[in-house]
Design a protein around this ligand. Structure first.
Ligand code: NAP
Length: 507
């Protein structure tokens, strides 16, 4: 006897900020017929996985949190990872989300079944079907392992920062760190005092600013708990302060010269060696890649047990990393541990290879390098799908949670519209999607992300920025405030069937 496949109105993938926020809003709307598919055995997404030493948010916590669940108990202005993970667990618990989550349910494949207007989703824990599929898998879900010759031959311990090996004691070891992005600049200062020798392999020097991080005082916490609106005021002032960054990033990148002066001053304050200063000084416009924030990164690099290696890596051998300088001469750096701070599969997310249209073509194939969606959320050719943290919804200047909440609002409006109007299938019109993306890329022209002279993961192979929202976030929130049915092909299958039946009985 074959087992019945559970069917839901909505299936949500992932339990990061996107998945949890979506689940909360579904419950608040009384739309209880949903499942959340989580590949791990706990919630939290990237804030569960990235437990490396020093992991913290570089956006202030009053803003990097849900608008419906402000937390007066943040301990610091920039909260550490365990606190954010606990916050997410608490929000999920308070809103009764856990009972909707199917753990150990890595989504292997989802396929649209046009005859039934639903998605068939195969997961590691079995198959489910759902009328609507919402991906909250996020762009920072799957680590990039660099394609370096010989990496498989390494005989020491090698791991990615998102899969930190807490059992591997680094005391006294010869450690290679590959990458100098947002993750590496946080864990390098934590491991530097412990390790014997640290070789930091830097391909591109990032801009690193001073971080105004401090404890949140008891008085502040008291005010947030007891004075209505006090935390909202703090949150709004951070929000609007961060929105002004767009004036430099997107409207007039020359303003970023001020940021660059601050960045150079940050290097000069901690690094006395002119050769090291030269290595650490970026050669592109600040903001072209994510601007990083740390007070202890440069001081750590100035310590005698650290080598900043800027020659390119050509090979990894069983006990070393080999680099080659401009003259072609090679140096072998002996190491027993390699830590990869090499980022995530952002522009080619694995989940896009697993969602298939009725003909079996994956979303990734459909997109090719031209990753795009309507309002960053719905995709022509893929009915009843919503992609949270989708194309051109990423940010370089403020809280991603703000964008995710805007998308969740839009998705909820679409689902409510579908329920009210008995719509079984909705899909954005090709011309609406095209016009929307033309607008996005018109706004992108002249921004630092495409003119700043760097090569970043924001850009696809053709140099198009398919990841970031190009302007103020309030602009995106306005565009996604209401569902816009005129931009969609809608099918009212049930009513069509009723009409057919009525016509049949009349005949
Ligand atoms: P990332 O920003 O993509 O940085 C990856 C680093 O690895 C870069 O320095 C890159 O060099 C280097 N790299 C990649 N492949 C390499 C290779 N084959 N050889 C040498 N170097 C190589 O990754 P991440 O630091 O993990 O951060 C990813 C994103 O996570 C961030 O942009 C941010 O959105 C998020 N994040 C946020 C926080 C937070 O506080 N909110 C903290 C951590 C991470 P190139 O620059 O030359 O490419």
């Amino acid at each position: 006897m074959t087992e019945a496949v559970p069917h839901y109105r909505v299936a949500v993938i992932g339990t990061g900020f996107a998945g949890i926020g979506m689940a909360v809003r579904l419950r608040q709307a009384g739309l209880d017929d949903f499942v959340v598919l989580e590949r791990a055995d706990d919630i939290g997404g990237t804030w569960r996985d990235n437990s490396y030493p020093g992991a913290a948010c570089d956006v202030p916590s009053h803003l990097y949190s849900f608008s419906f669940a402000l937390n007066p108990g943040w301990s610091r202005t920039f909260s550490p990872q365990p606190e954010i993970r606990d916050y997410m667990r608490r929000v999920a618990g308070e809103h009764g989300i856990h009972r909707h989550v199917r753990y150990g349910s890595d989504v292997k494949a989802a396929r649209w079944e046009p005859a039934d207007n639903r998605w068939r989703i195969e997961t590691a824990s079995g198959t489910v079907t759902a009328q609507f599929l919402i991906s909250g898998a996020g762009p920072l879900a799957d680590p990039v392992l660099p394609d370096i010759k010989g990496i498989d031959t390494f005989e020491g311990r090698l791991f990615h920062s998102a899969e930190w090996d807490h059992d591997h004691d680094l005391t006294g070891r010869k450690v290679a760190v590959i990458g100098t992005g947002a993750s590496a600049i946080q864990f390098v200062p934590r491991i530097q005092p412990k390790v014997g020798r640290l070789s930091l392999f830097q391909r591109t020097a990032p801009w690193v600013m001073f971080r105004h991080d401090r404890d949140i005082t008891r008085l502040e916490s008291w005010l947030y708990r007891n004075i209505p609106g006090a935390q909202q005021v703090a949150r709004k002032s951070i929000y609007w302060g961060r929105e002004t960054y767009i004036l430099g990033f997107a409207k007039n990148p020359r303003l970023l010269g001020i940021v660059e002066r601050l960045g150079r001053a940050n290097i000069d304050r901690s690094v006395k060696d002119p050769e090291l200063r030269r290595k650490l000084t970026p050669t592109f416009r600040a903001g072209c890649k994510r601007i990083l924030m740390s007070n202890d990164y440069y001081p750590a690099l100035a310590r005698p047990n650290v080598d900043v290696v800027t020659d390119g890596i050509v090979e990894i051998r069983p006990n070393s990393v080999v680099t080659r300088d401009a003259s072609g001469s090679e140096t072998e750096h002996e190491v027993d541990t390699i830590i990869l701070g090499t980022g995530f599969q952002v522009t080619d997310p694995p989940i896009a290879h697993r969602i298939h249209d009725a003909r079996g073509r994956s979303l990734a194939e459909h997109w090719g390098s031209d990753v795009q969606a309507f309002r960053g959320t719905t995709v022509n050719g893929f009915p009843n799908v919503f992609v949270l943290a989708g194309p051109n919804t990423g940010l370089g200047h403020t809280s991603q949670v703000f964008m995710i909440e805007a998308q969740i609002r839009y998705t909820m409006e679409a689902l409510k519209f579908a329920c009210r109007n008995r719509v079984d299938r909705l899909e954005p019109r090709a011309e609406a999607q095209r016009a929307y993306n033309e607008m996005v890329h018109r706004s992108m022209r002249g921004t630092v992300w495409v003119t700043g002279g760097c090569d970043s993961w924001y850009l696809n192979e053709e140099g198009r920025n398919t990841t970031l929202w190009p302007t103020f976030t309030w602009n995106y929130a306005l565009r996604t405030r209401w569902f816009d049915p005129h931009n969609y092909d809608l099918r009212r299958i049930r009513s069509a069937r009723r009409d057919e039946a009525a016509a049949g009985s009349a005949a």
